[in-house]
Design a protein around this ligand. Structure first.
Ligand SMILES: [Zn+2]
Length: 400
C-alpha cells in the first residue's frame, strides 16, 4: 500500500480501491442498523445489538429505509451540526429525542441521540494529544484537520500559552469516512439495478513523533501516541494505550482490514499497549517501547463474555485478525499459547490459506520451541493475542 508523510506531519495511507466495496459493506454492518431489521427492538437497542441484526448485504441492495444510529454528543456540538452530519433536519432530531424537548438549553456532551440517518457518517474519534515543544494551536488543529476555534473550545481550561506535555482533547473525524448516501437519495444504476455508491477511502491520521527506543523488554517511548477511541474497537484502559506513531497507525489499519475481511461486528477489546513514556510496565515483561498490543480474541455471537473456553472463541474471525495484522499491521510476532495454535491453523485452512501462507504465518504444527512463523508460543496467551509491530525503517533507535 502506498504510504507517505503528509504536509501536516501525520502518517497516512490509502487503501487499495478493491477493498473499498467490502469496507463499505462493513461500515453498514457495523453499528448501523436498517430500521426494518431493528423491528420491535426500538432504536436504543438497535445500535447495541448490531451484531445480531445487522444487514451486511446492504452495499449492493436498494434500501428504502433510513438507518437508525445513536449519536453521542461531543462538547460544543450544535443540533444543526448533528443534523447536517446525518442529512436530517433539526426538527426531526427534536421529534426523535424527548430529551431535546425537555431541556431547551445547550446540548450536553455525552448525551446519546437517536437519529434516523440519511447519510452514513464516519465514526468520530476522541484523541488525547500531548503538546510537544514548539507546537502551536494552529499546527495541532492542522494535524487533525479541525477548526482552530473548536480546538480552543474543547480545551477551555488550557492557557493559550501552553507548555510541552499539556494534554489537549481533540474530536476528529477520521478521514475514515466511507460516506455513502442511502438508496432513497441515490440514483439507481440502470444496468445493475443497484444504487451507485460513492465512497471516500478510509485513512487514519496519526500524529508523527511517537518514537520507539530500545527493545520491547528494555526500552521506552518518546512522544507516545494514544490509541484513539473508535468504533472499530474498545480500549480497556486509555492510560495504558500508548504506542509509537507507526504502531498506532498499523493497529487501526489492521483492525479496519479485519472488520472488512471478516465481517465480524462484535466487540474487539484492546488491552495493554505501553504507558505514555514506555518503560517498565508490570505485570508485563515487554510492552515497554510502544510496539506491543494485547487484543482479546473475537468471541462467537452469544458467547458468555467472561468465558475463557476456547470453544467460545470465533477461530475463523481470529484467523482473519491474525491475517490482517500480518498483511496490514506490519506484525513482527503474534504471540499465542501453543495449545491454541491448532485451532487457529485449522481456521486458516478452512479459509483457504495456502501452504506457503500457513508456513509463514503459524509456528504450529512445528514444535512450540521452533523459531519459525509470525504466530509464536507465549505462555498464558489463551484468549488473547499479543501483537508486536515491527520497528519502522526510519527509526534507528528502535531495536528488535
Ligand atoms: Zn502482552
Amino acid at each position: 500500500m502506498p504510504r507517505s508523510t503528509n504536509p501536516n506531519g501525520a502518517l497516512w495511507r490509502t487503501p487499495a480501491p478493491r477493498a473499498l466495496c467490502r469496507l463499505f459493506g462493513w461500515m453498514l454492518g457495523y453499528g448501523l442498523v436498517p430500521l426494518g431489521a431493528a423491528g420491535a427492538q426500538g432504536l436504543d437497542d438497535a445500535a447495541n445489538d448490531a451484531a445480531a441484526t445487522s444487514d451486511r448485504s446492504g452495499a449492493g441492495k436498494p434500501q428504502a429505509e433510513r438507518t437508525a444510529i445513536t449519536h453521542r454528543v461531543v462538547p460544543f456540538e450544535s443540533l444543526a451540526e448533528i443534523a447536517a452530519r446525518y442529512g436530517v433536519t433539526v426538527k426531526e432530531l427534536e421529534s426523535w429525542n424527548k430529551i431535546l424537548k425537555r431541556k431547551t438549553g445547550e446540548l450536553k456532551a455525552g448525551w446519546e441521540l437517536k437519529v434516523r440517518a440519511r447519510i452514513a457518517a464516519p465514526p468520530r474519534v476522541k484523541v488525547s494529544y500531548s503538546v510537544k515543544s514548539g507546537d502551536t494551536w494552529q499546527e495541532i488543529a492542522g494535524k487533525y484537520n479541525v477548526p482552530e476555534g473548536d480546538l480552543h473550545r474543547w480545551n477551555r481550561a488550557v492557557p493559550r500559552q501552553f507548555k510541552a506535555g499539556q494534554k489537549l482533547v481533540v474530536y476528529t473525524n477520521p478521514k475514515a469516512a466511507a460516506v455513502r448516501k442511502l438508496a432513497r437519495a441515490e440514483p439507481i444504476d440502470p444496468l445493475t439495478g443497484t444504487p451507485s455508491v460513492s465512497i471516500t477511502p478510509r485513512e487514519f491520521n496519526v500524529p508523527a513523533g511517537g518514537v520507539s527506543v530500545g527493545t520491547p523488554s528494555r526500552g521506552r517511548l518518546t512522544g507516545g501516541i494514544q490509541l484513539p477511541e473508535s468504533d472499530l474497537y474498545t480500549v480497556r484502559r486509555p492510560e495504558e494505550a500508548f504506542g509509537s506513531s507507526h504502531t498506532i497507525l498499523e493497529i487501526q489499519e489492521a483492525i479496519a482490514a479485519f472488520r472488512d475481511a471478516s465481517g465480524y461486528d462484535g466487540a474487539l477489546l484492546i488491552g495493554a499497549l505501553s504507558l505514555e513514556r514506555g518503560g517498565r510496565f508490570r505485570p508485563h515483561r515487554s510492552h515497554q517501547s510502544g510496539r506491543d498490543v494485547d487484543i482479546r480474541l473475537p468471541k462467537k455471537p452469544g458467547a458468555d463474555k467472561k468465558s475463557d473456553s476456547p470453544n467460545d472463541i470465533d477461530w475463523d474471525a481470529a484467523w482473519k485478525l491474525v491475517e490482517a495484522f500480518i498483511e496490514h499491521g506490519d506484525a513482527e510476532y503474534i504471540f499465542l499459547d501453543y495449545s491454541r495454535q491448532k485451532r487457529l491453523f485449522e481456521a486458516a485452512k478452512r479459509a483457504g490459506a495456502s501452504d506457503a501462507t500457513l508456513d509463514k504465518a503459524i509456528q504450529y504444527p512445528r514444535a512450540r520451541t521452533t523459531n519459525h512463523g509470525v504466530v509464536r508460543h507465549a505462555e498464558g496467551h489463551l484468549i488473547h493475542v499479543h501483537v508486536r509491530v515491527q520497528c519502522p525503517r526510519d527509526q534507528a533507535r528502535c531495536e528488535s
